[in-house]
Design a protein around this ligand. Structure first.
Ligand code: MTE
Length: 320
């Protein structure tokens, strides 16, 4: 992203699997709710609890991609952008392990009929969990294919009762310097903020995401809850969300505040609009064989049939 010190392919991309596995405890036995019983967890030096992975029971979604090779769990969990834990792609796997994700609540604020605070365990059980295999395209011109687990954000928004004046949704991430000491070095504004227009947020593809590969999200991927907006660059997909705010104006977003000429509010994947430092015409598929690594980037990341109508009549070069 903005900070150049992080190389495009750091050696951390090849962190041994054992490092990852040692951070997670694999659970068995699926409860009727679709989520396994919680483990006891481990008390951290901040007094919170780090929760082990839980299995998620998912149903397959018709919105899943077909016929694309999944990116390995190892790559998905060791090639990350999560600036609260450092700017190198390997930093989140190294540093996010101790973030405590229980107790965890999400505040619903702004233009809603009734502001509320929702506990993560309530959110997890609100709707049946689906497995959605999506392409994930970062503005740095790399991509992955990830089997996420979650349900459409629209299901939750409907329960939030937004007021008619609510035109945008803002997502705010946890920013806790005690748990995230690297925040001080990353040089960007916190809390990490992202936003969507209401119709984008209500689009069925927009996923309120709790897991990947059939288990709860690893911390470095945004535990316990993030959004995934598959037709937009990855930075629109805020991690470790603690507040969802409904607004009447376009909300300020972290990367746009840092460099508005580089990161627009919309940030739809678009091979025809280059980022000043990365051509968007092609992408490097993480983990693919050398011959298949570079591939053409698709308009709206290949989701044009579903989402192009949201932008009818808009100049996508101006509203990049
Ligand atoms: N959310 C928070 N809170 N902090 C971040 O630094 N980085 C964004 C996005 N969400 C980021 C974030 C960027 S730049 C990308 S590309 C994706 O998360 C990366 O998601 P991944 O690490 O699961 O691949």
């Amino acid at each position: 992203m903005l900070i150049r010190k992080s190389p495009d392919i750091p050696s951390s991309e090849i962190t041994p699997k054992a490092d990852y596995l040692s951070r997670r405890t694999f659970m068995t036995g699926i409860a009727a709710t679709g989520v396994t019983a919680l483990t006891a967890g481990r008390v951290t030096r901040w007094g919170g609890t780090v929760h082990a992975a839980e299995k998620l029971q998912t149903v397959k979604s018709p919105l899943s991609l077909k016929g694309e090779t999944l990116t390995s769990l190892q790559d998905i969990t060791h090639y990350n952008n999560f600036y609260e834990f450092g700017t190198d792609k390997g930093d989140p796997a190294r540093n996010a392990g101790a973030m405590h994700t229980r107790p965890w609540t999400v505040q619903v604020t702004g233009l809603v009929k009734k502001k509320k605070t929702v506990d993560i365990d309530t959110l997890l059980k609100l709707k049946p969990m689906e497995e959605r295999i999506y392409r994930f395209r970062c503005v740095e011109a790399w991509s992955m294919v990830v089997p996420w687990a979650g349900y459409s954000l629209s299901e939750f928004i409907k329960q939030c009762d937004p007021q008619p004046g609510a035109k945008y949704v803002q997502f705010l991430s946890l920013a806790d310097r005690k748990q995230m000491p690297q925040i001080n070095e990353s040089g960007i504004h916190f809390p990490y903020s992202e936003g969507l227009r209401m119709d984008e947020a209500m689009h069925p593809l927009t996923l309120l995401t709790f897991g990947l590969y059939g288990e709860t999200l690893p911390n470095q991927d945004g535990a316990p809850v993030r959004v995934i907006v598959p037709w937009k660059y990855g930075f629109k997909s805020a991690k470790s969300i603690v507040e969802i705010r409904f607004t009447d104006k376009e909300p300020p977003t972290t990367w746009n505040m840092m460099a508005s000429n580089e990161y627009g509010f919309y940030s739809n994947v678009n091979p025809n609009v280059d980022h000043p430092r990365w051509s968007q015409k092609t992408e490097r598929r993480i983990g693919a064989s050398l011959f298949k690594q570079r591939q053409p980037t698709l308009m709206f990341n290949g989701y044009g049939d579903q989402v192009a109508s949201l932008y009818k009549g808009m100049d996508l070069k101006k509203y990049f």
